[in-house]
Design a protein around this ligand. Structure first.
Ligand code: NDP
Length: 231
């Protein structure tokens, strides 16, 4: 059975990605830092008939990540798909000139270092897959080619995440691991707000495609709507 793990998966785009991967018959590890919310989300997907397991995972906490990797390794012999989805956006109303360093640090820690830590911890399991795929959920806000003044900490963190994608893709190229960044578009979630034009289904589309059907040699790219976009 193909296996997948999604971070920050109890709500929003992460939950929808877990739902769709479960619907396609994958064994999905729904992870969240909040145990109650994660257990509830996993139970909802199990009721829909999916093979889903909950594992607690805080992407900022090395011990939590280590425990999660150990728990997954006890349950399956390999990981085929890793979706680094968890992120925070706390500076939508801030400006780079005044944004506090603590907020910048917290945001980088969660959005850029989090996916790096999780990828490193799960690499031994990913390398046991014949065709592993890592999908980093980024944002157009991190595009240097189109960057303004909005949400400086969040934007910088997504630029850094894109660099993590390029580095990991290069490092794992010879092992046949596909690693890409995705912008889901502006999506109606707690983060995106109710005015966003896209549904979670639309936001999850490119992530699901990369996780399942995309050409294996597509790696080290930044995509939106299944097409490459500039960094
Ligand atoms: P949500 O805010 O709805 O979900 C974010 C998830 O990340 C929550 O489950 C949250 O859990 C979790 N999370 C945050 N910090 C941590 C942590 N330290 N450890 C584990 N989980 C954590 O956001 P979306 O679903 O909208 O966003 C999903 C992804 O899509 C993000 O990477 C986001 O940057 C990206 N994106 C979203 C856009 C949009 O318009 N919605 C646009 C562009 C990109 P908790 O409650 O514990 O914080």
């Amino acid at each position: 059975m193909t296996t997948a793990l999604v971070t920050g998966a109890y709500r929003g785009i992460g939950f929808e990605v877990a739902r769709q991967l479960g619907e396609r018959g994958l064994h999905v590890f729904v992870t969240a830092r909040r145990r109650d919310a994660g257990v509830k989300a996993a139970a909802m997907l199990q009721k829909l008939g999916a093979k889903v397991s909950f594992v607690e995972l805080d992407v900022t906490d090395a011990k939590s990540i280590r425990n999660a990797a150990e728990s997954v390794a006890e349950q399956v012999d390999r990981l085929d798909v890793l979706v680094n989805n968890a992120a925070i956006l706390e500076d939508a109303d801030e400006n780079i000139v005044g944004v506090g360093p603590a907020l910048v640090s917290r945001t980088l820690d969660t959005n850029a270092l989090g996916p790096l830590r999780v990828t490193q911890a799960f690499l031994p399991l990913l390398e046991k897959s014949r065709a592993a795929r890592i999908i980093n959920v980024s944002s157009g806000a991190g595009q240097l080619s189109d960057m303004g003044t909005w949400a400086p900490a969040y934007s910088i963190s997504k630029t850094a995440l894109n660099a993590v994608t390029v580095q990991i893709a290069a490092a794992l190229h010879d092992k046949g691991v596909a690693v890409n960044s995705v912008c889901p578009g502006w999506v109606r979630t707690e983060m995106g707000g109710s005015n966003a034009p896209r549904s979670v289904e639309e936001g999850a589309d490119t992530i699901i495609w990369l996780a399942t059907e995309a050409p294996r040699d597509l790696t080290g790219k930044f995509l939106r709507d299944r097409k490459e976009i500039p960094w």
